[in-house]
Design a protein around this ligand. Sequence first.
Ligand code: HEC
Length: 135
Amino acid sequence: MGNLDDILTAMAEEDFSEAANIAEIQMDFGHSMWTAMMEQGMSADQILAMKQQMRAKGMGRGMGQGMGQGMGMGRFMTEDFRAMGATFHEAATAFAARARRAASPPTATDYKETTEALQAVTSSCRACHDSFRIK
Ligand code: HEC
């Protein structure tokens, strides 16, 4: 909820690269690790560069937050819940990619298409909440 609010704030301020950073660091696979690095004072650029390096080596997803095979919280999730989490992370990544292509200042088309991409993120929030409750 906080990340979504921060993304909308950044978009309203025409700062689409900040909106993309939030989605890529706080909402992608491995977000607990990236967020911890942020708290230890690494910059968004440093974290994104590290993420790219790890992905290039086939790591990152394997860290398990998404797929449940590693040390992250994914290993405690059911198959269906993991799949919904994966959809959510993919929607956030797609939003970030579209936000990074925006002009500065963003055009009306940039606003329209990033809003569509962000709506795919919120529809995955909604789909998961419609299906799962903690009891
Ligand atoms: C993969 C499933 C999943 C996705 C995706 C997901 N959530 Fe949730 N969310 C949950 C579950 C499970 C809870 C626990 C509350 C419950 O039992 O309903 C929860 C709780 C919450 C809460 C209450 C937190 C609290 O402190 O009580 C908020 C707010 C929330 N989600 C917002 C969001 C937003 C915004 C998104 C998308 C940006 C999102 N969620 C995406 C599964 C998900």
